[in-house]
Design a protein. Structure first.
Length: 446
């Protein structure tokens, strides 16, 4: 790493650091003999301390094997607490707790071999690892040395069998991608005749639910033949979201009374349309608070009803339940059914998918669709004149100017009426025309 740039801002500094360490990866990845492993490890630790201005950091290294280079994972100890290290053919990973909320995560760093046989061993080991550890929060990223479709390669022979095997692997582990911006390809042949998308991130559905607003961007590759990829979790607020009612509200016994009472309690002065608009705004706020209070603890209510039913069931071996306990069991069964229906209804509606039977609540399927819709509808950033913009205020200004240009009226020189005079009716005639019909006039007309 030579000639480190002066720090401009946090975002650009992070990108520069990522590019710098990426150059080191590209150079040291070629050092695969056993004689340079120790030297490479020392260089990693020295260079990591240079490019990252954080003292509390740790790293996990996987030595080079054959023609494949080694892998290094570096993290901030204040952000990630590693519990277990995972190692396999072409990958190194960690299980630990991420962030202030201590979310349990599997983070896997990948560098797959180009050899077809070794690649299939890599797929198999990673598949077994994910299946053995259940459906948790998985983030798998790196150089997979494989493409998913023909659009991900240009200027080179496409191995259909290898492509099909990679897609089968992704389907088997149940992971998915998010859109990448910045570049279409991540690997370039030095002469520029061939390019491919070999580097990517794969996520479990649970990870995408827990970490919303993920942004994935390919940066400039500089001296390397690979582009570094920057993954960020953005907590951006692009403004209020549109209000949507939930179907499960209609089935709640207190919903109609709540809406009726609130609507009658609103007192607004003004003309009709203005009063309607303001009352709808106030009702929206009341409904949002009511929804949070009533349906915000659906899972908690379901668990409570199940536990109570279980407790009553366990009493059957001790002389049988009393009439009061039988009544409580019926009451909790009713609660369990109602809360389960409400939960299923919310999941169905948020996914905007219809199932053959509403009783078949394949929640994993519908949660997957919810994540897919969030990815499609979410705004991570905007491109403007080749520049990527993530700042909310800049993005809003850019959108405003764009639509202002689309809807701005072109000025025309239009003719005027000048001093032309038109016939007018009298004030008395005007009042007569807009007055209400009298009973006599109605009877006469009928």
């Amino acid at each position: 790493m030579k000639g480190r740039r002066k720090r401009k801002n946090r975002a650009s500094a992070g990108e520069d650091n990522l590019k710098s360490i990426h150059q080191m990866v590209g150079i040291e990845g070629e050092c695969s003999s056993s004689n340079c492993k120790n030297e490479s490890s020392r260089n990693w630790k020295q260079e990591a301390a240079k490019f990252w201005e954080i003292r509390a950091m740790w790293m996990a290294l996987l030595d080079a094997r054959g023609r494949s280079g080694g892998i290094a994972s570096v993290w901030n100890l204040d952000s990630f607490n590693m519990v277990r290290r995972i190692e396999g053919s072409g990958f190194i990973g960690m299980f630990g707790f991420w962030g202030k909320d201590a979310v349990p995560c599997f983070l896997i760093n990948v560098y797959s071999s180009c050899d077809k046989q070794e690649k299939r061993i890599f797929w198999g080991e990673l598949l077994d690892l994910i299946k053995a550890n259940g459906g948790g929060n998985w983030c798998v990223g790196g150089d997979f040395n494989a493409i998913r479709d023909q659009e991900e390669r240009s200027g080179r022979y496409i191995d259909a069998a290898n492509m099909r095997g990679f897609n089968d692997f992704i389907l088997g582990v149940g992971l998915e991608e998010i859109p990448m911006v910045g570049r279409k390809f991540t690997w370039y042949k030095p002469d520029g005749t061939t390019m491919s998308k070999l580097d990517r991130f794969l996520f479990s559905t649970k990870f995408l639910i827990n970490f919303l607003n993920l942004s994935l961007r390919a940066l400039n590759r500089d001296l390397s033949n690979h582009c570094p990829i920057l993954l960020k979790s953005l907590n951006t607020d692009w403004g209020p979201k549109p209000f949507r009612s939930l179907n499960c509200w209609m089935n709640h016994e207190g919903f109609d009374v709540f809406v009726h009472d609130k609507w009658r309690s609103f007192e607004i002065d003004g003309w009709g349309c203005y009063k309607l608009k303001e009352k709808l705004k106030m009702l929206k706020m009341e409904l949002e608070a009511w929804n949070k209070e009533v349906f915000g603890g659906v899972d908690r209510n379901i668990d409570a009803a199940r536990e109570e039913i279980k407790r009553l069931d366990e009493k059957e071996g001790n002389g049988g339940p009393t009439s009061m306990e039988i009544g409580k069991r019926k009451e909790n069964f009713h609660k369990l059914m109602e809360w389960s229906k409400a939960k299923d209804s919310m999941v169905f509606q948020k996914s905007k998918q219809r199932w053959l039977k509403e009783g078949d609540a394949n929640t994993k399927y519908f949660h997957g669709y919810i994540v897919h819709r969030r990815k499609q509808n979410g705004i991570i950033g905007l491109y403007s004149n080749g520049e990527w913009i993530e700042d909310v205020s800049e993005g809003k200004e850019l959108a405003r100017n764009y639509f202002k240009g689309k809807f701005e009226e072109e000025k025309w020189s239009r003719p005027t009426l000048g001093d032309l005079q038109f016939k007018k009716i009298s004030e008395a005639d005007n009042k007569f025309l807009i007055s209400k019909f009298s009973t006599e006039e109605i009877d006469e007309a009928v």
